[in-house]
Write a protein that binds this ligand. Sequence first.
Ligand code: ADP
Ligand code: F6P
Length: 467
Amino acid sequence: MTVRSSFVVVANRLPVDEVTTDEGRQWRRSPGGLVTALHPVLAEHKGTWVGWAGGTSEEAPEPFDLEGIHIHPVPLTSLDLERYYEGMSNATIWPLYHDAVETPVFKRRWRESYRQVNARFAEAAAEVAAEGATVWIQDYQLQLVPAMLRERRPDLKIGFFLHIPFPPIELFMQMPFRAEILRGLLGADLIGFQQRLAAQNFVRLARHLLGLRYEGQVIDVDGRPVKAGAFPISIDVAEMERMAADPAVQARAKQIRAELGDPKTVILGVDRLDYTKGIELRLKAFRELLSDGKLTVPEAVMIQVATPSRERVEHYQTLRVKVEREVGRINGEFGRVGVPAVHYLHQSYSRTELAALYCAADVMMVTPLRDGMNLVAKEYVAARADTGGALVLSEFAGAATELRQAFLCNPHDPEGVKEALLRAVHIEHPEARRRIRIMQRYLRTHDVGHWARTFLRELGVPDVEAA
Ligand code: ADP
Ligand code: F6P
């Protein structure tokens, strides 16, 4: 029997991926900021999460309960994976919305697949939502779902949140089925963005492309008000603080430093292996500082965690080759037997291992060319219970508008990145503590609960449990 919920989240990915190991079928937490942000919100409110389980099949796995969340899987076939996920979502929309830092690829056959899969998600959401429920649709993979769901279930309250940047009009206009995407989004009652500028881009686009009128941030869609607004996403700060303060995590952090040979400075990067994250430019900055003699190995070492991501998409394959070549070059030039300059880890980790890495790092480098938010930057700040550590942060990460005490840099300017890194490396402890404390205070009042409450209140759902 289908469970009907008064609060439903619809996202391309479930919080867990189905993986097949020697021990059979297992569920493993899936990567990415969306899952990090929404998992605690849904666990608190006991809602249903509609999403893809990670594998490919005609039939979805049966719905099940996990940590207080009702999980409702949606199937993707291998053709959907190729056309809707790898194609339209991650080779067209992803680069286009990230300032075209890689050239977007446009293919007509991907479009139909995107429509079909969006319709499947809308169908699943319509099935699990109780009468008058709130349905919160997430991210760029599902931009047609709001209108498709409204058509099926006009009784629902529909919210949409975009986790990535929303491009300026001139860039969005490159999209071949741009009006359809825009109408799809306008099916929601409230459309949330990470940044104020993105919300402004959106309302202007509605006028430019569809001739719709707006006042402030409210667009008139055939007499129905649709609101756009900025809701910067965050993390479960209390959970990260708890994890980082755990003696086992602290011991592991010490062990990591010892395994690295107790260097004076540990520099850390943690990202999905994605070309928007600026991993190469960060490695290059480190190499040039070693080359200039401003940093030396083994006094300074770098750890770069590069989580495998979208591995069949060409841009990602090319990036992996470039990053691994750069790591090899640095280690070849500056490493010694048993003492590499860069420790490169192309793996997934548990939350506690990540917390230990954050605690072990003197400097965290978050240098995306473009990023909707970047939760890793917030995780690092929250994890520094000892109030040490310094954050180098790109001005093009959404987090830069909030974490003003980071060492901000323009990732397109190599000298600026090097300078920010050196300043972070040489920061005096009291100054580091002052900066981290201010950012921690801010994050405690702007955690993921605050993000979800603010969005849902604006949608007219003051208390999800009562919805
Ligand atoms: P994005 O959503 O683009 O992946 P974010 O920085 O916003 O970027 O979020 C990434 C999330 O994925 C963070 O919560 C981070 O802790 C998690 N993550 C990144 N790398 C790993 C990894 N190797 N193992 C486990 N979790 C990871
Ligand atoms: O936050 C952006 C985002 O694309 C999420 O929608 C997604 O779940 C995450 O990054 C990881 O990407 P993917 O689901 O393609 O592995």
